[in-house]
Design a protein around this ligand. Structure first.
Ligand code: 4AD
Ligand code: MG
Length: 428
């Protein structure tokens, strides 16, 4: 049994056997033209009445889009056929005819989301999911080469990491618990034995906003490194992004093209990335026609102003302490700022990474947690980490779907994940 992609490598006249699904189907007199798809691609099959048995001919006329089928035939080189070859069938059979497929042309986005379990078979979604898988592989490969360990965090927790507003609460045998917002605090646990680690797990955010870049459930890659300062943290981030993008551009140009990515633009994504302080970024936003004050956070519009004509992602660093999470180390030169960075993707794709140096001393952390009015009993274990052999450390979180959205140039983040969860969708 061959695969569709083999057909294009085979010589004229070679006999092949394929199985897959009917992608397109039309009859023209005594020929059925059928486009067959499998995991590896699509190929045209010509089934001629006088070249196949009577049964096979009947069946070839009796399929639906998405019926599963088997074909035998010879490779015929043809310049006009997509990929330069087609199959001239000698035999044809149906595995499962099924029912008429509910997806045809010109259906609304909402309908396609309702039948997401079927729409995932489309060439569009298939290509995106292939690319997503490769991107994740390259990210893992990067950390593997650097000597990082991967560990699994818990998903059900009692301590929020990024503020109470977006926590999903659940009833845990009568006690209050949450779906994790970020696995960072658990990644911090691991560095005291393994030094350089990452966790790759879903994070959950009860985001009430309907935007093209917010999911309620997303995949989060969170490296954490002992003895790394703010600067080393940013250098690791840009090296990681460069590695994954470079490998996609060099090894999968055709797939990128099919996904609608701008491979030429991606070739320019090389470290170092530009860096700008928060303060400077606010000035830039205002200079470019935006309107914001020191102490406000950037929204989608402001991020778009900052990154509209960039070729590489932009680091915005050293935000006001008052708008950032409790665990971030203070800037030694200015107690109002923290040693953090947000990495903004070019062309308004928005923030793909949030990272920081962490407060590593017990007294400072306790004080900051009190300022943030956290319920200390939920965080005792986290404070413990600063009691026994604490070390300076840093880490960051990359939102996989945000990254995929930028690399593949997708309009909406929901297409970067098979089953998007948003404020108005939890089915299928
Ligand atoms: O900036 P965030 O909230 O940072 C953290 O959670 C840190 N604890 C990470 C760390 O230091 N280990 O989230 C990190 C990234 C964002 O930059 C964004 O890419 C992604 O997670 N993200 C989302 N992606 C999709 N939908 C959402 N609702 C997201 N919220 C954050
Ligand atoms: Mg952030």
């Amino acid at each position: 049994m061959q695969k569709v992609s083999d057909v294009f490598k085979e010589k004229e006249g070679r006999e092949v056997a394929l199985r897959g699904w009917v992608y397109r189907h039309r009859t023209s007199g005594n020929i059925v033209f059928l486009v067959l798809r499998d995991e590896s691609g699509v190929v045209q099959v010509a089934i001629k009445k006088d070249k196949v048995g009577e049964k096979a001919w009947e069946k070839a006329n009796d399929v639906y889009i998405e019926s599963s089928v088997k074909v035998k035939g010879r490779v015929k080189k043809d310049e006009r056929a997509p990929g330069g070859a087609e199959i001239e069938a000698s035999d044809f059979d149906i595995i499962h005819r099924g029912e008429p497929f509910p997806i045809s042309k010109d259906l609304s986005e909402e309908f396609l989301l309702d039948v997401r379990h079927l729409w995932l078979r489309s060439q569009k979604m298939t290509n995106i999911m292939k690319a997503r898988g490769l991107i994740v592989n390259y990210l893992r490969e990067f950390f593997d080469k650097k000597g990082f360990y991967e560990l699994p965090p818990p998903i059900i927790t009692t301590s929020g990491c990024e503020g109470g507003a977006t926590l999903f609460e659940l009833n845990y045998f009568g006690r209050k618990a949450y779906l994790t917002q970020s696995s960072q605090m658990y990644a911090e646990v691991f560095i005291f034995a393994l030094e350089k680690v990452y966790v790759f797990a879903p994070s959950f955010r009860a985001e009430k906003s309907r935007t093209v870049r917010h999911l309620a459930e997303y995949w989060h890659l969170e490296p954490e490194m002992a003895f790394f300062d703010h600067k080393m943290n940013m250098e690791l981030q840009e090296e990681m992004i460069e590695y994954a993008v470079k490998n996609m551009v060099e090894n999968h140009p055709e797939l990128l093209l099919k996904c609608g990515a701008d491979a030429e633009a991606l070739k320019k994504v090389k470290a170092p990335f530009p860096r700008m302080t928060y303060e400077k970024a606010v000035e830039e936003v205002n200079a470019r026609g935006g309107k914001m004050e020191w102490g406000e956070d950037f929204g989608a519009d402001e991020e778009a102003l900052l990154t509209a004509d960039l070729e590489k992602p932009l680091f915005v660093e050293k935000y006001p302490k008052k708008i950032k999470a409790f665990y971030m180390e203070e800037d030694p030169h200015n107690p109002e700022l923290v040693l953090n960075d947000d990495l903004l993707a070019p062309k308004g794709h928005g923030e793909i990474i949030g990272g920081s140096e962490r407060i590593w001393e017990y007294d400072k952390l306790l004080e900051r947690m009190k300022e943030h009015q956290l319920d200390l009993k939920d965080y005792e274990w986290y404070l413990d980490l600063r009691k026994y052999g604490s070390v300076p450390h840093s880490g960051f979180g990359l939102g996989i779907e945000r990254f995929v959205k930028w690399v593949l140039n997708l309009k909406h983040i929901r297409d970067a994940i098979p089953f998007p969860r948003t404020i108005n969708r939890v089915y299928p």
